[in-house]
Design a protein around this ligand. Structure first.
Ligand code: SF4
Length: 436
């Protein structure tokens, strides 16, 4: 038997990049490559980079530098790879550079520098492919790219316009994942609400029956799989309203990750985002009347060019009125190539930092009060970890990595179990409970 060629893999960036990494790893394993965790054991290293903000670019360039120093044979792919000149200027020794979703290019670069083995016995692939997430949950990417041109974002210039995967293909992948033991699917894309717009919601087939490549139909079919389905990156289009009854009926999780970015009309227009904030508040009220248990997560940007104190205060008032459950906040950072960099009225760094602190303080109070209100309730919790101190899981309101956790005083559960937990206490982000 020939020695198995071994690859080290570094995956940086967002869940969308993680899905790219999983696809490449699955292909590598399918062809018989071994995946190893150290530079010294690897014959070659692939770095999947992120280029979203300046700090991510730096982290990616550092990771490439480290891999070159420790191993020497490095293939670069991912979002930063779309800016090959920048990568090559910093690290001319890399063997190949490709952009996001460039699976074929990565594979042919690997073949060129480290030929695949011929032995079929080492080319066995676990069902469901290679997952970088724990076995009981998985990210499922339904489309690539984005048709919007938000002025602070360069994703469309890196990843191109929206390209949706046919619903049948997505559902088949979802079914395979469920068969491989996945209990929770996290639906990701750049713009989940727009799913299918590019293919005019064309029909594909799943289990021999037609299904439209449209978010509502996809969500309904995913709901039939009998697992937790969590929707991420929902752009606030009107069609989002159609998902809420599915949440109320328990088909998909009552969880909406809906980036709103700001609340002031002028700032939203400068960002090229939907700007009818009063409308948003009305819609939130409606969503809650249809599905009282809905968890709303959003992200916002403070210190956008030209943002005045009054406009920022409008955002704080919006937060008070909206009472969102989970909120992320970024201070505006001028990403190379973003249109917003040309807007006048750059907000000084210290004011950005001060607004960020006020924003987070206000929201922390809201989030904490919403968590306090859960004390005494019994919630379904998916278990992520069990150790000597007890079990750690998440309720339907908590996405992995970004939201809070539920600490359960038991060891009598297994990872991936979904159990009923009575909540006995709450901190600013997390809940504590006992088995019901
Ligand atoms: S919708 Fe999201 S991915 Fe698309 S341009 Fe706006 S911020 Fe970027």
């Amino acid at each position: 038997m020939t020695a198995q060629p071994k690859i080290g893999f570094i995956s940086l960036g967002c869940p969308k990049a993680l899905v790219d990494s999983e696809r490449i790893l699955t292909r590598l394993r399918a062809e018989g490559y071994g995946i190893v965790p150290t530079y010294t054991d690897a014959d070659l290293v692939v770095v999947n980079t992120c280029g979203f903000i300046d700090s991510a670019v730096e982290e990616s360039l550092d990771a490439i530098g480290e891999a070159l120093a420790e191993n020497g044979k490095v293939i670069v792919t991912g979002c930063l790879g779309a800016r090959a000149d920048e990568v090559l200027a910093a690290h001319p020794q890399v063997l190949s550079v490709s952009g996001p979703q460039a699976y074929e290019q990565v594979m042919s670069a690997v073949h060129e520098h480290l030929p695949p083995p011929i032995d079929p016995f080492i080319a066995l692939l676990p069902p469901g492919g290679i997952k970088l997430t724990p076995r009981h949950y998985a990210y499922l990417k339904i489309s690539e790219g984005c048709n919007h041109r938000c002025t602070f974002c360069i994703i469309p210039s890196m990843r191109g316009d929206l390209v949706s995967r046919p619903a049948g293909e997505v559902l088949e992948e979802a079914e395979n994942l469920v068969q491989a033991g996945v209990k929770e699917l996290l639906i990701v894309s750049q713009d989940t609400s727009a799913y299918g717009v590019d293919v005019r919601y064309g029909t594909s087939f799943w289990k021999g029956r037609p299904v439209k490549t449209r978010l509502l139909e996809l969500a309904r079919s995913l709901g039939e799989l009998g697992i937790w389905v969590r929707m991420h990156y929902i752009y606030p289009y009107p069609n989002v309203d159609d998902l809420i009854p599915l949440m109320a009926d328990g088909l998909i999780l009552p969880y909406l990750d809906i980036p709103l970015q700001h609340a002031n009309t002028r700032v939203l227009k400068a960002m090229k985002r939907p700007a009818a904030t009063e409308n948003t508040l009305r819609r939130i009220e409606q969503w809650r009347s249809i599905c009282p248990d809905i968890t709303l997560r959003s992200t916002f940007i403070v210190g956008f060019p030209g943002e005045t104190e009054a406009e920022f205060e409008e955002l704080l008032q919006f937060l008070d009125a909206a009472q969102l459950d989970r909120v992320g906040c970024f201070t505006y950072s001028p990403v190379d190539g973003a249109l917003a960099n040309e807007l006048s009225g750059a907000v000084p760094e210290e004011i950005k930092a001060e607004r960020y602190a006020r924003f987070m303080e206000g929201q922390a109070r809201i989030s904490a009060a919403r968590l306090q209100a859960k004390i005494g309730r019994t919630l379904a919790v998916i278990i992520d970890e069990v150790d000597d101190e007890g079990a750690t899981g998440r309720s339907m309101a908590d996405a992995p990595e970004i939201d809070g956790q539920v600490f359960v005083d038991t060891q009598d559960v297994r990872v991936g179990d979904i159990v009923e937990v009575t909540i006995t206490d709450a901190s600013e982000h997390d809940l504590f409970g006992v088995m019901a």
